[in-house]
Design a protein around this ligand. Structure first.
Ligand SMILES: Nc1ncnc2c1ncn2[C@@H]1O[C@H](COP(=O)(O)OP(=O)(O)O)[C@@H](O)[C@H]1O
Ligand SMILES: [Mg+2]
Length: 231
């Protein structure tokens, strides 16, 4: 498909266990994320949601089947090329934010641009624009470690979007926030990705938050199926 940032074709993933047979986690997963589309993924703990996101980001590789990111088959690339592809096309948002607490908010948002060698002034301007969009325009000088959880996740969303990725992957981005704050963070994440035409794949346990996506998929028994709402 021409406008797919991410495609899974018959993806299997099993893990070796210390003793006995390997543990199958994904047993043939097919789906795609189109540019600008949002997709929520639900499923019980241990069903393989994080495994699927790791495969999508090229942090892990399938045992069988194909994962294509920006049109490239990830298994066919060597590590440095795969890392560069991720850096150029994917923004990641984690449950526990993973900000650098001793850096300022502005520097946290700028960091991906600096690492990639993007022009300094553009990186700074982009950071300011994004922080303003999540209503943290006046907090750029604060140390990230001083913020509340909801504020930290808003900064992490800005960081994920700094390099204008085609795809954002978010693993339980509101799992560490209370309901009201989580709802606000999810509004910003879904809204910003839609505004910028970014594909979004996020994992959530919340029925309410899953319903904000264009599409909801449930992972169960190693396979993905359409779902109206999370269990
Ligand atoms: N690197 C790994 N090695 C062995 N087993 C793993 C590894 N990563 C995940 N698993 C197993 O895969 C299953 C799915 O894990 P995970 O993807 O984290 O589930 P979820 O995010 O849905 O809670 C679990 O049984 C977990 O123990
Ligand atoms: Mg998980």
């Amino acid at each position: 498909m021409a406008d797919c940032l991410l495609e899974f074709q018959d993806v299997h993933r099993e893990f070796a266990t210390p003793a006995g047979p390997s543990r199958p986690v994904l047993l043939g997963v097919d789906f795609a994320v189109e540019r600008g589309a949002s997709l929520a993924m639900v499923g019980r703990s241990g069903s393989g949601k994080s495994t699927l996101l790791h495969l999508a980001a090229g942090i892990d590789l399938p045992s069988r089947g194909e994962v294509r990111l920006a049109g490239r088959s990830l298994a066919s690339l060597d590590d440095p090329v795969r890392s560069r592809l991720r850096r150029d096309h994917v923004g990641l948002v984690f449950q526990f934010f993973h900000l650098l607490p001793h850096l300022t908010v502005r520097d946290n948002v700028s960091l991906p641009g600096w690492i990639a060698g993007d022009p300094h002034a553009e990186v700074r301007a982009r950071a300011e624009d994004l922080l303003a969009a999540v209503e943290l325009g006046d907090r750029g000088d604060d140390l990230a470690g001083r913020l509340s959880g909801g504020q930290m996740q808003r900064v992490a969303i800005c960081r994920a979007l700094q390099r204008r990725p085609g795809l954002v992957l978010a693993d339980e981005p509101t799992g560490n926030l209370d309901e009201t704050v989580g709802a606000r963070v999810m509004d910003l994440l879904v809204g910003l990705c839609a505004d910028e035409g970014v594909g979004l794949l996020y994992v959530t346990h919340s029925r309410e938050q899953a319903s904000r996506a264009d599409r909801v998929l449930r992972l169960r028994d190693g396979r993905l199926a359409a779902a109206e709402a999370p269990a």
